[in-house]
Design a protein around this ligand. Sequence first.
Ligand code: AMP
Ligand code: MG
Length: 344
Amino acid sequence: MRPFCCWLCVMGLLVSGCSPPARDLEQTTTRLMMGTLVTITTFTTTAQPQQWQERERQAVAAAFTAMEQVEQMASRHRDDSDVTRVNNAPRGELVVIPDGLVQMVRTGLEMSHRSGGAFDQGLLPLIRLWGFSEPLAPTHPPDPTAIQRWLTQRQQSQQPAIQLLPDARLVLRDDSVGLDLGGLAKGSALNRALAVLQQQGIDHALVNIGGDIRAHGRHGNRPWRVAIQHPRREQHILTTVELGAGESIFTSGDYERFFIHEGQRYHHILDPATGFPARSGLISVSVWSRHDSSLPLDGWSTALLVLGAERGLEMLRSATGIEALLVNEQEEIIRTAGFPAIQR
Ligand code: AMP
Ligand code: MG
């Protein structure tokens, strides 16, 4: 029996060209970045796992570097970022900005226009008053007179308060305006990360920046699956969604950064019309699309949370190819017909 067995083994190796069988490989790398956890997951079927892993490591490192560059450019928390350079310039002075920032600011201006001002990338002075992104999280609202002062100054502002000239120069009109691209930065970072992974020959990947996610390729013989966080039950999943190649999903919610003061929830997405956290009846908004760029989608999730279900869905109708899943204060789910298949 033994010689026969060995003979079979030898024959087996000869037939397969001495190569081991291909197997599925999933790799996950996580880093703390942009104030949240960023995860890149890749998938492949390969007979040479070691070679693949080496290539994958390099590609993933390059994708993280690309996202760091977005943060370097667009973070208002970094002293050396382009956004800080703009914010520190005297008001009324033209500042030359890099192409990547032009793209973000242009999308921000477009989103502001489309959302009737609900999306506003110029809210830095108000955001500073509330302090949600500061190292020491706030526990109570700011002085209402300070908010009122900002609102008055804003109403008296020369319009447009943010102006982008065709030659990549940007001007902020007065002290009521300052750039905060927190509502767009993840979209830009996802675009860059996916472009790099593709360039480096990664055919299947999922990039997740704190729940804002973009898919490339597939997870073996099925689409990628992603979870949407439950807005009220921590560590619970609201639902799971299948993401096809090139599709993204962005979620904005009142549970991400918040405090409760005298029984009232105050959160980090502010309504420029009131100067207070948005109270639109929505507690979570997820938007989906398969557009080439994730940038506008990032803006839409933020804008819809401010606009509420009725006005938000009305405005979304003008944006082709974007679907939404909304959760209201009663924790009811409202979703548009094209929102991707849901697994429960
Ligand atoms: P997101 O998680 O994409 O919804 O973005 C939330 C972040 O966007 C906040 O942390 C602020 O930096 C910024 N932000 C807050 N309110 C607004 C608003 N009305 N329009 C645009 N950006 C905002
Ligand atoms: Mg956003």
